[in-house]
Design a binder for this molecule. Structure first.
Ligand SMILES: C[S@@+](CC[C@H](N)C(=O)[O-])C[C@H]1O[C@@H](n2cnc3c(N)ncnc32)[C@H](O)[C@@H]1O
Length: 299
């Protein structure tokens, strides 16, 4: 989509390609008509309704999640590890504003070139220009080997676990670097609010099978389902494009990691926490996400 930024008296008038009307460029009407011409009236109406009505309703306001004050108090001055950060969820004014209160945070990402972060370097990790810790280039599932000598007060991750082919292996690795009574906080998307809405929630049995088979990031088990059931109307057209581009992206997943291998529910998150013997388990629905908050036992 072309962006027009001309305003006021500098606006030129232009015959609109779809309607033939002479409309000032850059106006809402001109932009809307361009979009309709590009993606069709049906999809435009749907996108507009989703963007203007549905998303603001489910994500507004980014009020702190229930119980966040206690968690913030508990984690103030502590040192943690994030997987696939940084995340809006933990920023000042967001649902769980941890970043402003922690004393240190290391971050882990699978590659030095990701769709989300662009170029990354192993080394210093900063939040809002404040150096807070170390940036590791490391698979989520390999944290245990890479950071075996570390013990963090907490491990956090937002909107990352669904991209991991072997979630139980990943969570096991994250727990291995947590101290006794350390906090695990995992945020995953609620399928009702995104392009996974037509997919089924992954069964816990399936996760166990992935673990037993030691499935890696080149796993293609879910590709057919992803291609068949992803609601492309709910993806960003700019990022994903049409079905042909989407298929290409899925096929390159070992490098790009855009696929949601698995779809989570509150119940599935709870089962994962129970499986690892975590205590004080809470799973809540916060806006467009499910949030698991749990603690390792004290031994
Ligand atoms: C959807 S983005 C979410 C970004 C951010 N956490 C947020 O909530 O806005 C997923 C992030 O997880 C990272 N990621 C995906 N798979 C990973 C893996 N196997 N190991 C480590 N990081 C991974 C991606 O590179 C990206 O930074």
């Amino acid at each position: 989509m072309q962006r027009h930024t001309l305003t006021g008296s500098h606006r030129s008038h232009m015959k609109h390609a779809t309607t033939g009307l002479a409309l000032p460029r850059g106006t809402l009407v001109h932009r809307a008509l361009s979009n309709i011409g590009e993606i069709g009236l049906g999809r435009w109406l749907f996108e507009t309704w989703r963007r203007r009505v549905v998303l603001p309703l489910i994500s507004w306001p980014h009020r702190p999640m229930k119980g966040s004050e206690l968690l913030i108090a508990e984690l103030t001055g502590q040192r943690g590890l994030e997987i696939g950060g940084p995340s809006r969820f933990f920023r000042n004014g967001a649902q769980l504003p941890l970043y402003p209160v922690l004393s240190g945070l290391d971050n882990c990402n699978f590659s030095s070139d990701t769709v989300w972060e662009g170029a990354l370097q192993e080394g210093v990790f900063s939040l809002d220009n404040r150096v807070v810790g170390h940036q590791y280039i490391c698979e989520a599932t390999e944290v245990s080997e890479r950071l075996h000598d570390r013990r963090y007060d907490f491990v956090i991750s937002s909107n990352c676990l669904e991209h991991v082919a072997n979630p139980l292996k990943a969570v096991e690795a994250w727990l291995s670097v947590l101290r006794a009574e350390g906090r695990l906080i995992v945020v995953v998307p609620n399928k009702a609010s995104n392009f996974d809405r037509l997919r089924s929630v992954t069964s816990f049995e399936h996760l166990k099978l992935d673990y037993r088979r030691d499935v890696g990031e080149d796993d293609r088990t879910h590709f057919d389902e992803v291609l068949e059931c992803t609601d492309l109307r709910l993806t960003s057209k700019r990022a994903v494009g049409g079905i042909a581009e989407f298929r290409k992206m899925v096929m390159q997943n070992a490098r790009l990691r855009c696929v949601h291998h698995h779809v989570f529910s509150a119940k599935l998150l709870c089962k994962i926490a129970e499986h690892f013997g975590l205590v004080d388990i809470q799973v809540t629905n916060v806006g467009t996400d499910f949030v698991l908050v749990a603690r390792t036992a004290n031994n």
